[in-house]
Write a protein that binds this ligand. Structure first.
Ligand code: DC
Length: 225
């Protein structure tokens, strides 16, 4: 049986960098499920469909084949595709972040992506990160971690990342966006972000990247030996 580790938590808690590093150390595949929601948002925006228009998004999805969005692993690195287009880079903008948060509240979107995530988990040793991995996608995961940090600390980290790019928004806007996405993700009706009852809480507010990665690796090794 493949080993499945679920990591959930709010935006900017460091899930993806930490899970990627831990997966590499363990020889596991790292699956970033947020990229799928981002790819859906990217597709909708490119078609002029508003990410919060449930009816239009659902109708557009229904017209796409079930393999239209896919994750492919090239040299152990995840790439996300819309059809045959690799959109891995272009989904990392603040506009797509907000769009992904909006499409992720639409039941047809979650249903569409559910089986894809389950299939990857059935076939591989993985660390999968997202919002509902421990609660919905992999309720029987070998280990569930809820990784979080204060909103201010998460905004600090995101602001530093964005400062390297052009058109960096001011810190207050980054913090407001984080709070808005937390609210959206935690209060949506379907599969809201929350800590699973059997998840271990890991708060990284006071930890640097190496310390947080070591913490996650220790939790995994304690569990799977
Ligand atoms: O992790 P991320 O920032 O790339 O995720 C983008 C959005 O997708 C986020 O606002 C919430 C949503 N998401 C989700 O609802 N369920 C998941 N398993 C992963 C992401």
């Amino acid at each position: 049986m493949p080993i499945n580790i679920a990591i959930d938590g709010p935006s900017g808690a460091g899930k993806s960098t930490i899970a990627r590093a831990a997966s590499k150390r363990l020889g596991f595949i790292y699956v970033d499920t947020g990229a799928l929601y981002r790819a859906v948002a990217c597709h909708m925006l490119s078609r002029g469909i508003s990410a919060d228009d449930e009816e239009a998004v659902s109708a557009e999805l229904a017209g796409l084949g079930e393999d239209y969005f896919s994750l492919r692993f090239i040299d152990g690195v995840q790439h996300v595709f819309c059809g045959e287009e690799d959109v891995s880079d272009k989904i990392r903008t603040p506009e797509i972040s907000m769009g992904a948060s909006n499409v992720s509240a639409i039941p047809a979107v979650r249903k569409y992506l559910f089986e894809l995530q389950r299939k990857i988990a059935r076939e591989n040793n993985i660390i999968m990160d997202g919002r509902d991995i421990g609660t919905v996608v992999l309720p029987n995961a070998d280990l569930k971690i809820y990784l979080t940090a204060s909103a201010e600390e998460r905004a600090n980290r995101r602001f530093k990342e964005l400062s390297a790019k052009k058109d960096c928004p001011p810190y207050d806007k980054v913090l407001a966006d984080i709070r808005q996405r937390d609210y959206n993700d935690m209060n949506r009706e379907i599969a809201p972000l929350k800590q699973a009852d059997d998840a271990v809480l890991a708060d990284t507010s006071e930890l640097n990247f190496e310390e947080a990665t070591e913490l996650v690796l220790r939790l995994i090794r304690e569990k799977i030996g």
